[in-house]
Design a protein around this ligand. Structure first.
Ligand code: UDX
Length: 431
């Protein structure tokens, strides 16, 4: 059975959710407060880059509309899906003001069958929204928690073929309705109480971040022992109890979810009177790992003042244009404060209009970025890096020193191409 669904928020999650729900046959209106965003979407332009999303939106244009008007969106809908962002406040707690704004706009909508939250929220938020709906006379509107686990760059695929669909509800009818909305999605449904569903999202992201910080710690130990972290973790991950995913050492995790959710879970624990030691260390290891990248370059080439450093990759990972919490921001900031000139290359990122990005030069190609540079740093493992003629590029550099913060390139080959090649958790190779 298809439904009329209002999706609040036209960010990465809202747009993917809206487009995929329309693809499943539902009639969807996506509401956002940003006039330019809604205007672009109405004109057929997708304001973010996510593979397959623009095509999906175009293919479902008949069932997928965009509006600025919250009342109009809610009035027509049977189900409201909340996909607004919940950024951290100064205290580290999640800022729920956008979520509550949606609750407020739904207060007259007793005709709704369900109010479903996809935004990542602290545990206990669902119970508070439930109480607010009850107080507003909306006891008949079911409440559902339906956390998202989509990763940028593969979000459409993750939505349509997820490892699991987690549904938290206070009553069986709402759980069944949210499950029914997902008919056609290829993945098992796991139903539970609302607080547990809220906790699943935070825990999943914290655990993935923990695996990466652990891999980075092991990499740093490997550097002092002569072991090769890619070999070590490749074999460690072959143990089915441990798994090979999210064990790639590098310059640390970034993005719109891990940093925010790790801090939010930490705040949640502290608010409840528990000091989350492991989580605290996972965050600290990550912060350290970004700074360490510049320290390791300095250890090799000495003071950076007056030198030009090419930064290859700006986004927090390949396959996205997202710069949120990108490790590159910390790295570029540190390079500039050490007195280096920075030239950046990225095939997708838009240069942010704030420091440190306002002080950099942007190159059109990897080759242009490398030409004349005293050192280069691989910060995002874009596949384009594999196609570079590294031998030719080495000749164009003032000094062929390359720090590979993603272990994206082959050490031996880089040595043959003439580089002093420094990577993470592997021995430095010299020409
Ligand atoms: C993540 C979760 O994967 C997703 O389930 C959740 O819904 C949102 O947060 P995303 O932020 O898109 O998705 O990025 P992801 O692919 O998970 O990578 C996060 C960060 O970890 C990136 O900066 C990436 O470069 C880094 N990473 C990932 C590593 O450093 N090593 C790894 O082994 C894996």
């Amino acid at each position: 059975m298809t439904r009329r669904i209002a999706v609040f928020g036209a960010g990465y999650i809202g747009l993917v959710t809206g487009a995929c729900l329309a693809e499943l046959g539902h009639t969807v209106v996506v509401r956002d407060i940003a006039e330019d965003k809604v205007a672009a979407l109405r004109a057929g332009r997708v304001p973010i880059y996510e593979p397959g999303l623009a095509e999906l939106i175009a293919a479902n244009a008949e069932r997928l509309t965009f509006t600025l008007d919250a009342d109009e969106a809610t009035a027509e809908a049977e189900v409201v899906y909340v996909c607004v962002d919940t950024p951290p406040t100064a205290s580290g707690d999640a800022d729920l003001s956008r979520v509550w704004a949606v609750v407020d706009s739904a207060k007259g909508a007793a005709h709704l069958k369900a109010f479903v939250v996809k935004s990542t929220v602290p545990v206990g938020t669902g119970a508070r929204i439930r109480a607010a709906l009850d107080t507003a006379g909306l006891a008949g509107v079911g409440y559902g928690s339906n956390p998202e686990f989509t990763a940028e760059g593969r979000a459409v695929r993750d939505f349509m073929r997820p490892d699991r669909i987690v549904i938290g509800a206070f009553d069986e009818a709402t759980a069944a309705l949210v499950a029914e909305i997902h008919e056609g999605v290829d993945g098992p449904v796991i139903t539970m109480d609302v607080p547990s569903a809220e906790m699943v999202k935070l825990t999943s992201n914290a655990f993935l971040a923990t695996k990466i910080s652990f891999a980075n710690e092991i990499a740093n130990i490997c550097e002092t022992t002569g072991a090769d972290v890619t070999r070590v973790l490749g074999a460690v991950g072959a143990d089915h109890r441990l798994g090979k995913h999210f064990l790639h050492a590098g310059i640390g995790w970034g993005g719109s979810c891990f940093p925010k959710d790790a801090v939010a879970l930490k705040a949640l624990a502290s608010n409840g009177g528990y000091h989350p030691q492991i989580l605290t260390d996972v965050i600290e290891v990550n912060n350290h790992q970004r700074r360490r990248a510049v320290t390791r370059l300095k250890d090799e080439i000495g003071a950076l003042a007056g030198k030009t450093v090419a930064v290859l990759g700006m986004t927090f990972k390949p396959g996205t244009d997202d710069m949120r919490e990108a490790p590159s921001t910390v790295i570029v900031d540190r390079l500039l404060s050490e007195g280096a000139s920075v030239v950046c290359w990225d095939p997708m990122a838009r240069t942010p209009h704030h420091a440190p990005w306002t002080a950099i030069r942007r190159a059109e190609s990897v080759e242009e970025a490398l030409s004349g540079a005293h050192a280069a740093m691989v910060v995002t493992e874009w596949p384009q890096l594999q196609a570079v003629d590294w031998r030719l590029a080495a000749d164009s550099m003032a000094d062929a020193v390359l720090f590979d913060g993603r272990n994206a390139l082959e050490p031996e080959r880089m040595g043959e191409c003439g580089y002093t090649y420094i990577s993470v958790g592997r021995a430095t190779v010299r020409p």
